[in-house]
Structure formats: C-alpha cells, structure tokens
Ligand binder design. Structure first.
Ligand SMILES: [Zn+2]
Ligand SMILES: [Zn+2]
Length: 298
C-alpha cells in the first residue's frame, strides 16, 4: 500500500468504549506520519498493525490533552524498543516547552533525539514526494488544520516494481520522486515503474474547529477529515465549545468541492451515529462517519 489513511482515534474530549482519543496516521510509501497523538495512540497503532518505529514525524495540531497526551507513552515504548533514529515533533508556538515537559515526565532515558519544530501557517514539511502544510483554524486554543498532499502525480505501479524484483522500501519513494536507481548492478529508471500523470491527491485534517473559510479554501477535491463533535440540534453548544456540527462540516465540504467528507471527533454521547449521517448527507452526499481503525486509500 503506497498511500493509506487510518483513523486511530475518533472521539471528542473523552474516550468511549469504542473510540479512542484523536489521531490519524497517514502512510505514504515508507513513511508513516501521525496527525495528533491522543492518549492510547500507541496501542491503536499496534492494533492497526502499524509499526510505531516507522514514524519519523508527528504533527500536533494544538495542546488540548485529547490531542497530545499519547506522546510520553509512545516515547517510552519507542525507547524500550531501543530506537535510535531521531523523531521530529511539530506543534504550534511553545513546542519546545511542551517537549521539555514531556521529556521530564518520561524520567527514564529516551534513547533517541526528539527535534521540536514550530508549526506556522504555510508549508511545514516538504520532501520530494509529499508536502504537509498548515492553516490556522478557529478553536479556543491556537490550532492548525493540516494538509497532506502529493507533489508527484504519476502513479507508482507496484506490481511492475515487484516483477522487476524490487523489494518495498525507500527505493519505491525514490523512484516515485523521479530518481533513477541502481539495484544489484541494474539501472532502474522511473519510467519502468511509473504510470500516467494524475492529479496530486490531498488529505485535509481540520482538527478541532468552528467552520472555517481557510479550510474551505484548501479542500477542493480533497479527502476532508472534519471536526463533527455535535449533531446540528446542538449548534449552540458547538459555537460555545468552538467545535463544529455534522451539518456545518458538510457545508464546508460542499462549499470547498471536497471529494469525500469524513466526520470525526465525535462526542461520546453518540453511540449510534446514524443521526449525524442523516443530517449531513442531504448537504454533502459523500459523507462517512469515521470510526477507530477505519482506513481509506486516497
Ligand atoms: Zn479535541
Ligand atoms: Zn481542542
């Protein structure tokens, strides 16, 4: 699988028996990125069969506990696994202080470097095959929505690569980026494993927010993962708590021309989420209520 999005936690504020705290994993070639890391994310990673050792970059959207308290436990487990590879930790202003505190909580030695990086609006991280950028959203704390997008549009033909005897790994990403590689004395050019040019796909994760024009602006043709803490009869509460209702999320998806809408950050009061879907779908048909371990391939 070269591109996959996995919901690791889809609850709002407090976990429930079926939903963990906020976290979304994006697997792209040989990298796994985490968008938020609520409490319990490490166990969700294990249950979803994603290696936490493959994570090189974690992006925290804001410092509300349900979005970042999974970090110290994850750091400790990585250390027990004798990780030595550095990890980059992205977060809004104050990330250095947050990281210092987390490291102090861990007490025992962390076996790898953790490099704090401040999120600011615009491009946050970019490599030769994808880019992560941030837009400020409208929540009670300083919060950034995150945009993951491909920067190379040619499809990678995995079957062709396997037929050529190429094992999955970093080499796939290099070929995808347009690099010619040499394997056991054989020269492999990108044309041998790349198909036709397609549009670059995009995933937008709003984190916690009121409906936000900046999100609509970046979500055209995107797979939009939107705050949907409340159903629409509780709009007043959504306004007060600076979250969105399912209908407001659907309105943003429609306004933006999104490809698909995933409702997440679901209040534990909704054991049955059909109400959210019934309200949202008339506004934006391609709506799904996310649940823990739901995955999709953009
Ligand atoms: Zn939250
Ligand atoms: Zn929040």
């Amino acid at each position: 699988m070269n591109f996959e999005v996995i919901f690791l936690g889809t609850s709002a504020a407090v976990p429930s028996s079926s939903r963990g705290h906020a976290s979304v994993a994006i697997r792209y070639f040989d990298e796994t990125l985490l968008f938020d890391c609520g409490e319990g994310t490490q166990r969700q990673l294990i249950r979803s069969k994603n290696s936490y050792m493959r994570i090189k970059r974690i992006f925290i959207t804001h410092y509300h506990g349900d979005h970042f308290l999974g970090l110290p436990g994850l750091f400790q487990t990585m250390s027990l696994g004798e990780r030595t590879e550095a990890l980059e930790l992205y977060g809004p202003r104050g990330i250095e202080d947050v990281l210092d505190t987390l490291i102090r909580i861990c007490r025992s030695d962390i076996t790898f470097d953790i490099i704090p990086r401040e999120i600011r609006p615009g491009t946050v991280y970019e490599c030769n095959i994808f880019r992560v950028s941030a837009v400020k959203v409208d929540h009670s704390a300083l919060t950034y929505g995150l945009v993951f997008e491909e920067v190379k549009g040619r499809t990678f033909l995995r079957e062709k690569a396997i037929a050529l005897g190429l094992q999955p790994g970093p080499i796939y990403g290099r070929l995808k980026a347009g690099e010619t590689v040499e394997v056991d004395g054989r020269v492999i050019t990108p044309d041998m494993v790349l198909g036709e040019q397609k549009e670059c796909k995009k995933v937008v994760y709003t984190s916690d927010t009121r409906p936000c024009q900046r999100i609509a602006e970046v979500s055209k043709d995107a797979y939009l993962i939107h705050d949907s803490t409340y159903d629409h009869t509780l709009q007043d509460q959504a306004v007060e708590a600076t979250h969105s209702t399912c209908v407001e999320a659907a309105e943003i998806a429609r306004k933006a021309g999104a490809r698909q809408l995933y409702l997440t950050h679901i209040s534990p009061r909704y054991m049955d989420t059909s109400l959210l879907l019934d309200q949202a779908r008339p506004v934006f048909r391609d709506t799904v209520v996310a649940k823990d371990f739901l995955r999709f391939r953009p």
